[in-house]
Design a protein around this ligand. Structure first.
Ligand SMILES: [Cu+2]
Length: 116
């Protein structure tokens, strides 16, 4: 009887964990340059399974909250790399990087419109 109860409880916990999406918060650097990069990066991460993504122009740090059932951290890096941006773990897609406005490419900040 005690064993049955224990088995039932274990089963219940296993089932509830199976259905539960785990929300994970992560931070890493994205090598963007300006406010345009910010909106490009944040827009690309406006996806189901990502509840929060904000990139800071000055610190270059992105903070993301995502469902780890839908994305791995590497996949999030890849989404950003495909836009033409390197992260601190993965390289940028070169073709996409070359297609970015001059200001948004690595070292391109000097080509950016002056900030108001
Ligand atoms: Cu930019």
């Amino acid at each position: 009887m005690k064993t049955t109860k224990y088995v039932m409880l274990t089963l219940l916990i296993a089932v509830s964990q199976l259905g539960m999406a785990k929300s994970v918060v992560t931070e890493f650097k994205v090598k963007g340059q300006c406010g345009e990069c910010k909106s490009r990066i944040e827009k690309a991460l406006d996806l189901p399974g990502i509840s929060f993504a904000t990139w800071d122009v000055d610190s270059k740090v992105i903070t993301i909250r995502y469902n780890d059932k839908r994305f791995s951290e590497a996949q999030i890096h890849t989404i950003i790399n495909e836009l033409g941006y390197a992260t601190d773990k993965q390289q940028a897609n070169k073709t996409a990087e070359d297609a970015l406005p001059k200001c948004c490419r690595p070292g391109g900040a000097k080509h950016c419109e002056p900030k108001e």
